[in-house]
Design a protein around this ligand. Structure first.
Ligand code: PLP
Length: 383
Protein backbone atom coordinates (compact mmCIF):
# COMPACT_ATOMS: atom_id res chain seq x y z
CA UNK A 1 0.00 0.00 0.00
CA UNK A 2 1.21 3.51 -0.79
CA UNK A 3 2.00 5.93 2.02
CA UNK A 4 -1.04 7.85 3.25
CA UNK A 5 -1.70 11.06 1.28
CA UNK A 6 -2.89 13.74 3.70
CA UNK A 7 -5.19 16.65 2.96
CA UNK A 8 -2.68 19.24 4.11
CA UNK A 9 0.57 17.94 5.58
CA UNK A 10 3.20 20.36 6.93
CA UNK A 11 5.71 21.57 4.35
CA UNK A 12 9.09 21.97 6.05
CA UNK A 13 12.61 21.51 4.75
CA UNK A 14 16.15 22.84 4.89
CA UNK A 15 15.29 26.47 5.51
CA UNK A 16 13.11 25.59 8.51
CA UNK A 17 15.87 23.33 9.84
CA UNK A 18 18.38 26.16 9.54
CA UNK A 19 16.20 28.74 11.32
CA UNK A 20 15.21 26.42 14.16
CA UNK A 21 18.79 25.23 14.68
CA UNK A 22 19.98 28.83 14.79
CA UNK A 23 17.39 29.68 17.43
CA UNK A 24 18.31 26.58 19.42
CA UNK A 25 22.01 27.44 19.33
CA UNK A 26 21.38 31.09 20.17
CA UNK A 27 20.32 30.01 23.65
CA UNK A 28 16.87 31.62 23.38
CA UNK A 29 15.02 28.54 24.55
CA UNK A 30 13.05 30.33 27.28
CA UNK A 31 9.69 31.03 25.73
CA UNK A 32 10.15 34.60 24.50
CA UNK A 33 13.13 35.84 22.49
CA UNK A 34 14.32 37.72 19.41
CA UNK A 35 12.68 35.36 16.90
CA UNK A 36 9.28 36.10 18.44
CA UNK A 37 9.88 39.85 18.08
CA UNK A 38 11.09 39.50 14.50
CA UNK A 39 8.30 37.13 13.53
CA UNK A 40 5.78 39.67 14.84
CA UNK A 41 7.45 42.51 12.93
CA UNK A 42 7.66 40.49 9.72
CA UNK A 43 4.01 39.46 9.91
CA UNK A 44 2.81 42.98 10.69
CA UNK A 45 4.80 44.28 7.70
CA UNK A 46 3.50 41.59 5.37
CA UNK A 47 -0.16 42.15 6.32
CA UNK A 48 0.07 45.93 6.65
CA UNK A 49 -0.85 46.24 10.34
CA UNK A 50 0.68 48.32 13.13
CA UNK A 51 0.80 45.49 15.71
CA UNK A 52 1.17 41.72 15.73
CA UNK A 53 1.24 39.43 18.77
CA UNK A 54 2.49 35.83 18.40
CA UNK A 55 0.48 33.35 20.48
CA UNK A 56 0.30 29.65 21.24
CA UNK A 57 -2.61 28.97 18.85
CA UNK A 58 -5.23 30.55 16.65
CA UNK A 59 -7.81 29.64 19.28
CA UNK A 60 -5.83 31.53 21.95
CA UNK A 61 -5.63 34.52 19.59
CA UNK A 62 -9.42 34.49 19.11
CA UNK A 63 -10.00 34.15 22.85
CA UNK A 64 -7.77 37.13 23.68
CA UNK A 65 -9.10 39.21 20.77
CA UNK A 66 -12.61 38.82 22.20
CA UNK A 67 -11.47 39.65 25.74
CA UNK A 68 -9.46 42.68 24.58
CA UNK A 69 -12.56 44.00 22.81
CA UNK A 70 -14.50 43.68 26.06
CA UNK A 71 -16.58 40.60 25.21
CA UNK A 72 -17.89 38.71 28.25
CA UNK A 73 -20.88 37.09 29.93
CA UNK A 74 -24.21 38.53 28.79
CA UNK A 75 -22.92 39.37 25.30
CA UNK A 76 -24.04 37.83 22.05
CA UNK A 77 -21.30 37.27 19.44
CA UNK A 78 -22.32 36.67 15.84
CA UNK A 79 -20.15 34.24 13.92
CA UNK A 80 -20.21 31.96 10.86
CA UNK A 81 -21.90 28.62 11.27
CA UNK A 82 -19.62 27.24 8.55
CA UNK A 83 -16.41 27.02 10.55
CA UNK A 84 -14.16 24.87 12.69
CA UNK A 85 -15.28 24.55 16.32
CA UNK A 86 -12.38 26.74 17.54
CA UNK A 87 -14.24 29.93 16.55
CA UNK A 88 -17.36 29.04 18.53
CA UNK A 89 -15.36 27.63 21.44
CA UNK A 90 -13.33 30.82 21.85
CA UNK A 91 -16.62 32.75 22.13
CA UNK A 92 -17.84 30.27 24.75
CA UNK A 93 -14.60 30.66 26.80
CA UNK A 94 -15.47 34.32 27.40
CA UNK A 95 -18.92 33.44 28.75
CA UNK A 96 -20.60 35.13 25.76
CA UNK A 97 -23.23 33.38 23.66
CA UNK A 98 -22.39 32.44 20.06
CA UNK A 99 -25.07 33.24 17.47
CA UNK A 100 -24.57 31.43 14.17
CA UNK A 101 -25.07 33.07 10.79
CA UNK A 102 -25.47 31.03 7.61
CA UNK A 103 -23.49 31.54 4.42
CA UNK A 104 -23.41 32.30 0.71
CA UNK A 105 -23.42 29.27 -1.62
CA UNK A 106 -20.43 30.37 -3.73
CA UNK A 107 -17.96 30.74 -0.85
CA UNK A 108 -19.49 29.33 2.33
CA UNK A 109 -18.72 32.72 3.89
CA UNK A 110 -21.08 34.69 6.12
CA UNK A 111 -24.10 36.08 4.27
CA UNK A 112 -24.05 39.86 4.89
CA UNK A 113 -27.83 40.20 4.47
CA UNK A 114 -28.56 37.49 7.02
CA UNK A 115 -26.06 39.14 9.36
CA UNK A 116 -27.79 42.47 9.01
CA UNK A 117 -31.24 41.00 9.68
CA UNK A 118 -29.94 39.18 12.76
CA UNK A 119 -28.27 42.34 14.09
CA UNK A 120 -31.43 44.31 13.57
CA UNK A 121 -33.62 41.91 15.53
CA UNK A 122 -31.03 41.51 18.32
CA UNK A 123 -30.65 45.27 18.60
CA UNK A 124 -34.42 45.71 18.60
CA UNK A 125 -34.71 43.23 21.48
CA UNK A 126 -32.16 45.35 23.38
CA UNK A 127 -29.51 42.62 23.48
CA UNK A 128 -25.84 43.42 24.04
CA UNK A 129 -23.84 42.47 20.96
CA UNK A 130 -20.15 41.98 21.81
CA UNK A 131 -18.56 41.41 18.42
CA UNK A 132 -18.98 40.03 14.91
CA UNK A 133 -16.54 37.22 14.07
CA UNK A 134 -16.74 36.23 10.39
CA UNK A 135 -14.56 33.35 9.15
CA UNK A 136 -12.59 33.26 5.86
CA UNK A 137 -13.54 29.76 4.76
CA UNK A 138 -10.79 27.59 3.22
CA UNK A 139 -8.69 30.60 2.26
CA UNK A 140 -11.23 32.84 0.56
CA UNK A 141 -12.01 36.04 2.44
CA UNK A 142 -15.40 37.16 3.60
CA UNK A 143 -16.98 40.16 1.84
CA UNK A 144 -15.21 42.45 4.31
CA UNK A 145 -16.20 45.72 2.71
CA UNK A 146 -19.89 44.78 3.07
CA UNK A 147 -19.53 43.33 6.55
CA UNK A 148 -17.30 46.16 7.83
CA UNK A 149 -19.98 48.67 6.77
CA UNK A 150 -22.64 46.71 8.64
CA UNK A 151 -20.42 46.44 11.75
CA UNK A 152 -19.77 50.18 11.63
CA UNK A 153 -23.47 50.94 11.18
CA UNK A 154 -24.26 49.04 14.40
CA UNK A 155 -21.08 50.20 16.17
CA UNK A 156 -19.87 46.66 16.87
CA UNK A 157 -16.21 45.53 16.73
CA UNK A 158 -15.30 43.26 13.82
CA UNK A 159 -12.86 40.45 14.71
CA UNK A 160 -11.78 38.53 11.61
CA UNK A 161 -11.09 34.81 11.96
CA UNK A 162 -8.51 34.65 9.17
CA UNK A 163 -7.06 31.37 10.51
CA UNK A 164 -7.35 29.81 7.05
CA UNK A 165 -6.70 32.79 4.78
CA UNK A 166 -3.13 33.98 5.31
CA UNK A 167 -1.90 35.19 1.92
CA UNK A 168 -5.38 35.87 0.50
CA UNK A 169 -6.71 39.32 -0.47
CA UNK A 170 -9.97 41.23 -0.54
CA UNK A 171 -10.08 44.31 -2.77
CA UNK A 172 -6.29 44.46 -2.86
CA UNK A 173 -6.00 44.42 0.92
CA UNK A 174 -4.45 41.42 2.68
CA UNK A 175 -6.50 38.98 4.74
CA UNK A 176 -5.74 39.84 8.36
CA UNK A 177 -5.82 43.57 7.64
CA UNK A 178 -9.64 43.74 7.79
CA UNK A 179 -11.62 44.34 10.96
CA UNK A 180 -10.47 46.00 14.18
CA UNK A 181 -8.51 42.84 14.96
CA UNK A 182 -7.77 39.66 13.02
CA UNK A 183 -6.19 36.32 13.83
CA UNK A 184 -4.18 33.67 11.98
CA UNK A 185 -3.50 30.04 12.87
CA UNK A 186 -0.19 28.25 12.31
CA UNK A 187 -1.52 24.82 13.19
CA UNK A 188 0.18 21.89 11.43
CA UNK A 189 -2.44 21.66 8.66
CA UNK A 190 -2.66 25.37 7.84
CA UNK A 191 -1.02 27.07 4.86
CA UNK A 192 2.02 27.86 6.98
CA UNK A 193 2.85 26.24 10.30
CA UNK A 194 4.78 26.69 13.53
CA UNK A 195 3.64 23.15 14.46
CA UNK A 196 1.16 24.90 16.72
CA UNK A 197 0.69 28.64 17.00
CA UNK A 198 -1.28 31.69 16.08
CA UNK A 199 -1.06 35.44 15.70
CA UNK A 200 -3.23 38.42 16.45
CA UNK A 201 -3.04 41.53 14.26
CA UNK A 202 -4.47 44.95 14.95
CA UNK A 203 -3.81 48.63 14.41
CA UNK A 204 -4.97 49.37 17.94
CA UNK A 205 -1.94 49.53 20.26
CA UNK A 206 -4.13 49.31 23.35
CA UNK A 207 -5.63 46.04 22.14
CA UNK A 208 -2.16 44.66 21.32
CA UNK A 209 -0.69 45.53 24.72
CA UNK A 210 -3.76 44.20 26.54
CA UNK A 211 -3.35 40.92 24.62
CA UNK A 212 0.38 40.69 25.46
CA UNK A 213 -0.43 41.28 29.11
CA UNK A 214 -3.26 38.70 29.25
CA UNK A 215 -1.13 36.15 27.35
CA UNK A 216 1.66 36.30 29.95
CA UNK A 217 -0.43 35.53 33.08
CA UNK A 218 -1.59 39.15 33.46
CA UNK A 219 1.58 40.04 35.31
CA UNK A 220 1.84 43.60 36.58
CA UNK A 221 5.00 45.54 35.58
CA UNK A 222 6.80 45.15 38.92
CA UNK A 223 9.77 43.04 39.96
CA UNK A 224 7.88 40.62 42.18
CA UNK A 225 4.96 38.68 40.68
CA UNK A 226 1.87 40.84 41.16
CA UNK A 227 -1.51 39.96 39.64
CA UNK A 228 -4.79 41.85 39.75
CA UNK A 229 -6.74 39.61 37.35
CA UNK A 230 -6.76 36.13 35.85
CA UNK A 231 -4.29 35.75 32.98
CA UNK A 232 -3.30 33.06 30.51
CA UNK A 233 -0.12 31.33 29.35
CA UNK A 234 -0.65 31.91 25.63
CA UNK A 235 2.61 33.30 24.17
CA UNK A 236 4.47 31.59 21.34
CA UNK A 237 7.87 30.07 22.09
CA UNK A 238 11.00 31.47 20.46
CA UNK A 239 11.86 28.13 18.80
CA UNK A 240 8.48 27.97 17.12
CA UNK A 241 8.69 31.60 16.04
CA UNK A 242 11.95 30.69 14.26
CA UNK A 243 10.07 27.96 12.38
CA UNK A 244 7.37 30.49 11.50
CA UNK A 245 9.94 32.97 10.16
CA UNK A 246 11.31 30.35 7.76
CA UNK A 247 7.79 29.43 6.66
CA UNK A 248 6.95 33.07 6.02
CA UNK A 249 9.92 33.33 3.62
CA UNK A 250 8.41 30.43 1.68
CA UNK A 251 4.75 31.44 1.95
CA UNK A 252 4.31 32.67 -1.62
CA UNK A 253 6.01 29.62 -3.05
CA UNK A 254 3.72 27.39 -0.96
CA UNK A 255 0.64 29.30 -2.15
CA UNK A 256 1.73 28.79 -5.78
CA UNK A 257 1.96 25.05 -5.26
CA UNK A 258 -1.52 24.95 -3.76
CA UNK A 259 -2.81 27.04 -6.64
CA UNK A 260 -1.33 24.50 -9.00
CA UNK A 261 -3.31 21.75 -7.22
CA UNK A 262 -6.49 23.79 -7.74
CA UNK A 263 -5.73 23.89 -11.49
CA UNK A 264 -5.13 20.16 -11.47
CA UNK A 265 -8.52 19.45 -9.89
CA UNK A 266 -10.24 21.92 -12.22
CA UNK A 267 -8.93 19.97 -15.21
CA UNK A 268 -9.68 16.62 -13.63
CA UNK A 269 -13.35 17.46 -13.05
CA UNK A 270 -13.83 19.60 -16.15
CA UNK A 271 -17.05 18.60 -17.90
CA UNK A 272 -18.03 16.05 -15.24
CA UNK A 273 -21.78 16.51 -14.78
CA UNK A 274 -22.90 17.49 -11.28
CA UNK A 275 -19.38 18.25 -10.00
CA UNK A 276 -18.02 21.75 -9.48
CA UNK A 277 -14.96 23.20 -7.78
CA UNK A 278 -16.18 24.96 -4.62
CA UNK A 279 -15.55 28.68 -5.05
CA UNK A 280 -13.66 27.93 -8.24
CA UNK A 281 -15.22 30.71 -10.30
CA UNK A 282 -13.98 33.49 -8.04
CA UNK A 283 -10.70 32.26 -6.65
CA UNK A 284 -8.14 34.68 -8.05
CA UNK A 285 -7.59 36.26 -4.60
CA UNK A 286 -7.59 33.04 -2.56
CA UNK A 287 -4.61 31.49 -0.87
CA UNK A 288 -5.88 28.10 -2.18
CA UNK A 289 -5.50 26.57 1.28
CA UNK A 290 -7.82 23.65 0.48
CA UNK A 291 -9.59 22.63 -2.71
CA UNK A 292 -13.06 21.16 -2.33
CA UNK A 293 -15.61 19.93 -4.83
CA UNK A 294 -19.39 19.99 -4.63
CA UNK A 295 -21.18 16.89 -5.85
CA UNK A 296 -24.87 17.14 -6.81
CA UNK A 297 -25.81 13.44 -6.64
CA UNK A 298 -28.82 13.70 -8.99
CA UNK A 299 -26.65 15.04 -11.83
CA UNK A 300 -23.44 13.20 -10.99
CA UNK A 301 -24.91 9.76 -10.32
CA UNK A 302 -22.75 9.42 -7.19
CA UNK A 303 -22.37 11.17 -3.84
CA UNK A 304 -19.42 12.98 -2.30
CA UNK A 305 -19.37 10.25 0.30
CA UNK A 306 -18.95 7.52 -2.33
CA UNK A 307 -15.97 9.31 -3.84
CA UNK A 308 -14.54 9.75 -0.34
CA UNK A 309 -14.79 5.97 0.20
CA UNK A 310 -13.01 5.28 -3.10
CA UNK A 311 -10.17 7.63 -2.10
CA UNK A 312 -9.90 6.07 1.35
CA UNK A 313 -9.44 2.72 -0.40
CA UNK A 314 -6.22 4.09 -1.90
CA UNK A 315 -5.10 5.57 1.44
CA UNK A 316 -5.93 9.09 0.25
CA UNK A 317 -7.42 11.46 2.82
CA UNK A 318 -10.52 13.52 1.95
CA UNK A 319 -13.24 14.99 4.13
CA UNK A 320 -16.58 16.81 4.01
CA UNK A 321 -16.56 20.58 4.54
CA UNK A 322 -16.86 21.75 8.16
CA UNK A 323 -19.98 20.41 9.82
CA UNK A 324 -21.96 23.60 10.53
CA UNK A 325 -21.84 24.72 14.15
CA UNK A 326 -25.64 24.84 14.49
CA UNK A 327 -25.70 21.09 13.75
CA UNK A 328 -23.09 20.25 16.39
CA UNK A 329 -24.53 18.56 19.49
CA UNK A 330 -22.76 21.07 21.75
CA UNK A 331 -24.25 24.09 19.94
CA UNK A 332 -27.64 22.67 18.97
CA UNK A 333 -29.41 24.99 21.44
CA UNK A 334 -27.63 28.10 20.14
CA UNK A 335 -29.52 30.80 18.29
CA UNK A 336 -28.98 31.13 14.56
CA UNK A 337 -29.95 32.84 11.32
CA UNK A 338 -30.22 29.99 8.86
CA UNK A 339 -30.86 29.71 5.13
CA UNK A 340 -30.00 26.04 4.57
CA UNK A 341 -26.83 26.76 2.57
CA UNK A 342 -24.30 25.53 5.15
CA UNK A 343 -26.23 22.27 5.53
CA UNK A 344 -26.32 21.77 1.78
CA UNK A 345 -22.56 22.45 1.50
CA UNK A 346 -21.91 19.98 4.30
CA UNK A 347 -23.93 17.31 2.45
CA UNK A 348 -22.42 17.86 -0.99
CA UNK A 349 -18.86 19.06 -0.31
CA UNK A 350 -15.67 17.03 -0.31
CA UNK A 351 -12.23 18.47 0.46
CA UNK A 352 -9.34 16.93 -1.45
CA UNK A 353 -5.59 16.70 -0.73
CA UNK A 354 -4.17 20.18 -1.28
CA UNK A 355 -0.91 20.39 0.67
CA UNK A 356 2.09 22.25 -0.73
CA UNK A 357 4.38 19.34 0.13
CA UNK A 358 2.32 16.85 -1.88
CA UNK A 359 4.54 15.10 -4.45
CA UNK A 360 3.83 14.69 -8.16
CA UNK A 361 3.65 10.96 -7.58
CA UNK A 362 0.93 11.39 -4.94
CA UNK A 363 -1.00 13.72 -7.19
CA UNK A 364 -0.78 11.25 -10.08
CA UNK A 365 -2.22 8.55 -7.85
CA UNK A 366 -5.09 10.86 -6.83
CA UNK A 367 -5.70 11.63 -10.51
CA UNK A 368 -5.77 7.95 -11.48
CA UNK A 369 -8.02 7.00 -8.57
CA UNK A 370 -10.54 9.72 -9.36
CA UNK A 371 -10.43 9.05 -13.12
CA UNK A 372 -11.09 5.36 -12.48
CA UNK A 373 -13.96 6.20 -10.13
CA UNK A 374 -15.52 8.58 -12.67
CA UNK A 375 -15.17 6.01 -15.44
CA UNK A 376 -17.07 3.44 -13.42
CA UNK A 377 -19.93 5.86 -12.88
CA UNK A 378 -19.87 7.02 -16.47
CA UNK A 379 -20.23 3.37 -17.44
CA UNK A 380 -23.05 2.81 -14.95
CA UNK A 381 -24.88 5.90 -16.24
CA UNK A 382 -24.75 4.73 -19.82
CA UNK A 383 -25.92 1.16 -19.30
C1 PLP B 1 -7.55 26.29 12.46
C2 PLP B 1 -8.64 27.22 12.78
C3 PLP B 1 -8.73 27.86 14.03
C4 PLP B 1 -7.90 27.49 15.22
O1 PLP B 1 -6.57 27.58 15.11
P1 PLP B 1 -5.60 26.73 16.07
O2 PLP B 1 -4.29 27.34 15.80
O3 PLP B 1 -5.71 25.30 15.65
O4 PLP B 1 -6.07 26.94 17.47
C5 PLP B 1 -9.71 28.82 14.21
N1 PLP B 1 -10.58 29.12 13.25
C6 PLP B 1 -10.55 28.49 12.06
C7 PLP B 1 -11.54 28.90 11.02
C8 PLP B 1 -9.60 27.51 11.78
O5 PLP B 1 -9.61 26.88 10.61
Amino acid sequence: MNERIFMSAPDVGELEEKYVLQALRSGWIAPLGPDVDRFEQEMAARIGRRCAVALSSGTAALHLALLAHGVGPGDVVLTSTMTFAATANAISYTGAEPFFVDCLPESGNMDPLLLKEALRSLAMAGERIGAIVPVDLLGKTVDYSGIADIAAEFGIPLIADAAESLGAFHKGQAAGSWGETAIFSFNGNKIMTTSGGGMLLTDDEEVASRVRYLATQARQPVVHYEHTEVGFNYRMSNLLAALGRAQLVRLDEMIMRRRDHRQFYKQLFDGVPGVSIFGGDTDSHDNFWLTSILVEPEAAGFTANELCTALTGQNIESRPLWKPMHLQPIYRQARKAENGTAERLFETGLTLPSGSSMSTKSRDLIGETIAMFLQNYEHARRF
